[in-house]
Structures are given as C-alpha cells and as structure tokens.
Ligand binder design. Structure first.
Ligand code: ARG
Length: 287
C-alpha cells in the first residue's frame, strides 16, 4: 500500500479580512466569524484526516491569510520552492513558511528576486504525467514558468488567467488522480484553453459551469479517488462519480469571503515525481 499522503494546514486563529487583495474580499472587510471559521477549518481537517496525515503549522498574529498554506510555496520531493507574494500584505508570511520547511529538513530554493510566485496556489502537478501546470497573470509572473522548469527539471505549462475572481490557478483548475482535469474554461485565455485541450483528451476534461466555479468547486483536494470540496452541484457530483471519484462536501463559507476554499487551505508536502508511464513502457519494451 502506498504511504499515506501528508498535508500541511494552519489554523485560522488569527484569520480575518483586514485588507483587500482580490474581488472576493471587497465586500467582506471585518465580516468573518472566528468561531465559524475555526469550526469549518476543523471540519476540513477531520475530513482530510481520514485520507492523510495532517501537519499543523502555528498561526501568527498579523498574518490573516497564513491559513491558506497552498500559497506557502511548491513542494517536489525534498525541495521547497518558497513563494514571493505579489501583494505586500502577504510578504510577512514568507519567513514563517521558510522556517517551517527548513525545520522539517527540506532543501529551500527560491526563484530570481524579480519574479513573483504564489506557490501551489498557482502551480499544480499533473497527477498522471510529470508536468507542472502554472497559472499567471494575476499573482504569479509568466517568467516563473521557465524558472520553475529549470529549478525542478519538470515540463511547465503556463496558463494565462483572465478573470480577477479566479486569480490563482487552484481557484479554477484541479488535476485529478485518474488523469482528468476539473476546470472552469472561462477563467483562461484562448491560448491556455488550447494548451489544456492539446494535452487532456475531451473525455478527461470535466468543465464546471459558472455557478459551481463561483462556489469554488475547482478548489478541491483530491487524494486517491476521494475529492474533498466545499460544495458541488448535483450535476457536478454525478460527473465526478461517473469518472470514478467519491465526493465529500464540507462547508467553507467563511474562507470563500477571502477568496479561498478547501485546496487553498492545504499543501501536499509529500509530492513525489510522477512516473512517465508511456516512456517507461518504451524502456521496458512493453508498449
Ligand atoms: N486572501 C487570500 C489571497 O487573496 C486567499 C488565498 C487563497 N489561496 C489560494 N491558493 N487560492 O491571497
């Protein structure tokens, strides 16, 4: 049996909306409930603890978005590529994240200083082949794509994001374990849609409608055959079940106010390099 997944989370002890750096936060300044946020976060932690070991990083006063651990950086094997936030409001998180990964024995790497990069919020490994999908245009710079490809020796596909409500790749795109992608096509520019369509066959593309996109259905945590998300319509649930997944819903409305949901609140810290089974078959002479 494969090792259990390991997921990093950070409790919303100091979570609040005290600044506006995306459209979701605009109407929500000072409008979160600490109790509800903690209850929802515990619900997510409980749902995920069935599937993964949860590592918990200490919350810090003055860093209200720290619970969105997806933005800490990008993990591949023993390497941690730390984020460089676009918005000054989140830059204080960088040192805490680096310290946590250093203490865990990760090799810390960074992109060149002029490049912004928001970690696993904008960089998602394909689950089926060795490939990194990278969103750019709102937070992460396009230049991060070639820098990551070099740093991690992985093919990196940059995807242009065009809708400010879907400002991180993980708000509108989720690669799934059986090779599918769950995504909201209208959040991407034409070149990005073409890049996705060129690599993922039509029957493997699960497009969500705007209503599911706006409740952040694409911001899902997929471990094995299970998909944990805040909410899925009946139509989306059926599509995912038909594709072989089990769907678990856990409410995360307090975090949607900040523009986040299930996936943003987590970071896989046991990211292995995907095996290129097509190339392996050639090497083994079994294709
Ligand atoms: N308020 C945070 C921000 O705008 C939310 C981050 C959500 N994280 C994510 N991976 N999408 O930066």
């Amino acid at each position: 049996m494969a090792d259990r997944a390991r997921v990093l989370m950070c409790p919303p002890t100091h979570y609040e909306i005290s600044y506006v750096i995306n459209p979701w936060m605009r109407e929500e300044l000072g409008n979160t409930s600490a109790l509800d946020a903690m209850r929802e976060w515990e619900g997510l932690r409980f749902a995920l603890s069935v599937l993964a070991d949860i590592e918990v990083m200490a919350a810090q006063p003055g860093l209200p978005d720290l619970p969105f651990t997806a933005n800490a950086g990008l993990v591949l094997e023993n390497v941690f590529v730390s984020s460089r936030f676009k918005n000054v409001e989140r830059r204080g998180e960088e040192a805490h994240n680096i310290a946590w990964f250093e203490a865990q024995g990760f090799e810390i790497r960074a992109l060149p200083e002029t490049i912004t990069f928001e970690g696993a919020g904008d960089a998602l490994f394909d689950r089926a082949v060795p490939r990194l999908w990278m969103g750019y245009g709102h937070r992460t710079d396009l230049a991060a794509a070639s820098a990551l490809a070099m740093l991690l020796s992985v093919e990196t596909i940059p995807l242009g994001l065009v809708d400010p409500r879907f400002y991180h790749l993980d708000t509108c795109f989720c690669p799934l374990s059986r090779g599918h992608v769950l995504y909201f096509p209208a959040a991407f520019d034409a070149a990005a849609r073409a890049a996705i369509e060129a690599r993922i066959p039509a029957q493997q593309r699960i497009a969500v409608d705007e209503a599911d996109a706006l409740t952040f259905a694409c911001n899902a945590v997929n471990i094995g055959d299970v998909i944990v998300l805040a909410r899925a319509s009946a139509v989306l649930r059926a599509a995912l079940e038909n594709a072989g997944y089990r769907v678990v819903e856990t409410p995360l409305g307090e975090f949607l106010k900040a523009g986040g949901s299930a996936k943003c609140l987590t970071l896989r810290v046991d990211e292995a390099r995907a095996v290129d089974s097509a190339r392996l078959a050639v090497l083994e002479g079994t294709d």
